[in-house]
Design a protein around this ligand. Structure first.
Ligand code: URA
Length: 239
């Protein structure tokens, strides 16, 4: 791996702002390979150097991945001058990592949202070519039927003429269903259900690929993902 400046190494881990890091380094709180490192511009190899802060070993992980249980009423954006965004739900040390939401949930939609600073990962999740399935729980006005499920399987045509790829609609009971899609057009699920005369009252994303929303998270809570979780995102079966 190419060499990195010490302050960049620490900043990538979201430990503190660049200014605060200078002070932390100046005070000798950081050691590299056992010796105090007092210059922020000092170069190191992030894979082989042993970097410690206050005696605690720091592992370099340039890209970070999180799942958030997005509550309704919060905007899916990195920042907004007026409205609360999903990034506002994270603590300051994570907000410094340059995270952004992977795809978009409508303001009134809740559930599984991924956040990362890895643009390639985000692109792979969103790209229709990857065929990553997204599964939603929907409460609708009216009762979804087998005929609706068949129309979803065939590939719906929306009211404005847009053709959708085949999708799955599972009946749960009066006014409730699960919808699984493999693309992410604007208001996709709401428009698909509306085209069958089933306006959506509530929408919640439950799964991306094979990665399920962690049921232990409360609305607005997040957790960091590991490599196994990331593999689950890309292991969905294409319909
Ligand atoms: N489809 C929608 O209509 N809205 C969302 O937020 C996500 C998928």
């Amino acid at each position: 791996m190419p060499e990195l400046r010490l302050d960049k190494f620490l900043a990538d881990l979201g430990i503190a702002s660049r200014r605060e890091l200078k002070e932390i380094i100046r005070r000798g709180r950081v050691t590299v390979d056992g010796l105090p490192a007092l210059r922020p511009e000092r170069k190191l190899d992030p894979e082989t150097s042993r970097v410690e802060l206050d005696g605690e070993l720091l592992r370099y992980a340039p890209f970070r991945y999180f799942m958030l249980d997005k509550p309704p009423g919060v905007l899916t954006a990195a920042r907004d001058p007026w409205q609360k965004t999903v990034l506002d739900l994270l603590p300051p040390e994570l907000r410094r990592l340059g995270l952004f939401p992977v795809g978009r949930l409508d303001k009134d939609t809740s559930g599984l949202l991924l956040l990362t600073n890895d643009g390639n990962f985000a692109h792979r999740v969103i790209s229709p070519r990857s065929g990553v399935e997204k599964r939603y729980y929907a409460q609708v006005e009216g009762d979804p039927s087998e005929a609706d499920a068949a129309a979803f399987r065939q590939g719906l045509r929306l009211r404005d003429g847009t053709a959708c790829l085949p999708a799955r609609l599972e009946l749960l009971g009066p006014g409730e269903c699960l919808v699984t899609v493999q693309e992410g057009k604007y208001h996709q699920v709401k428009r698909m259900l509306a085209s069958r005369g089933l306006p959506v009252r509530q929408l919640r994303r439950l799964r991306i690929g094979e990665l399920e929303l962690d049921g232990k998270l409360k609305p607005g809570e997040w957790k960091e993902l590991d490599k196994k979780d990331l593999c689950r995102v890309f292991s969905s079966k294409i319909m």
